[in-house]
Ligand binder design. Structure first.
Ligand SMILES: [Zn+2]
Length: 244
């Protein structure tokens, strides 16, 4: 039986002489893998649909639980991502994180639109780091590790001096209430987090984060995500090295 899915290519690996195996993140079925035949031959008709970042409507043939791409139409190639290293790394981190932290066949329309929206902003506008931070913040919430409040967990007030954060409990503390488990983070990181806290990608795209704040936030959010999920997103280091 043939099915149609709207999906973005997360990963594409060579298979046999001319084929590839794609990891797709789709609206309808969540993450799935699908073979695509003959795409390494020159002039192959479906070559475009086997490139990472391609957002397409895919026609898949299903046989014994395996999918093969038999047709595809571009929704967007996100071509600009290949023209700037900052765009490329930022969107690669999104796709890599998504691939590492989602299971197959678990559709999540909110997550799908978060990803597509984030990649769109990065492709079309110069707001790469803002959007990457916005994606990570929202993805962390979707994964169930969301930080509930920025108020001090002891005295319940917003913090304006030294700031301490317990990754284990996802809680902030002021210097009077701090617990041993909490480590100090800079006030700048905390204030940057306040600017994106509980905001959508669209809101975050218009926020007034400075470059330095964006970098601090990226380090904080990836530290926290790695602590919670034990994943190591390799492209984060490349991006931070590149922009620092
Ligand atoms: Zn306190």
């Amino acid at each position: 039986m043939d099915i149609i899915v709207n999906a973005i290519v997360l990963k594409s690996v060579d298979y046999k002489d001319n084929d590839k195996i794609l990891t797709l993140y789709s609206l309808e079925k969540g993450k799935i893998t699908a073979g695509i035949k003959g795409v390494k031959k020159s002039g192959a008709k479906l070559k475009f649909a086997s490139e990472p970042f391609a957002l397409c409507e895919f026609v898949l043939a299903e046989k014994a639980g395996r999918y093969t791409v038999i047709g595809a139409t571009y929704i967007d190639s996100f071509f600009n991502l290949r023209l700037s290293l900052e765009k490329y790394y930022s969107s690669s981190i999104i796709l890599e994180t998504l691939n590492l932290l989602t299971a197959e066949n678990e559709p999540d329309p909110d997550l799908f639109s978060l990803v597509v929206n984030a990649v769109k902003y990065i492709n079309y506008q110069g707001v790469e780091l803002k959007i990457l931070n916005g994606f990570l913040f929202n993805f962390i919430t979707i994964l169930g590790y969301g930080i509930q409040t920025l108020n001090c967990n002891g005295c319940d007030s917003l913090i304006d001096g030294r700031v301490f954060f317990s990754g284990r409990f996802a809680e902030f503390y002021c210097s009077s209430c701090r617990i041993d488990d909490a480590m100090e983070i800079t006030l700048e990181t905390y204030l940057a987090l306040r600017k994106i806290f509980n905001k959508t990608i669209d809101e975050i795209s218009k926020s007034t984060l400075k470059r330095q704040e964006e970098i601090k936030l990226l380090k904080f959010l990836t530290y926290y995500l790695q602590l919670k999920t034990e994943i190591n997103v390799k492209s984060v280091k490349s991006l931070i090295d590149f922009i620092s």
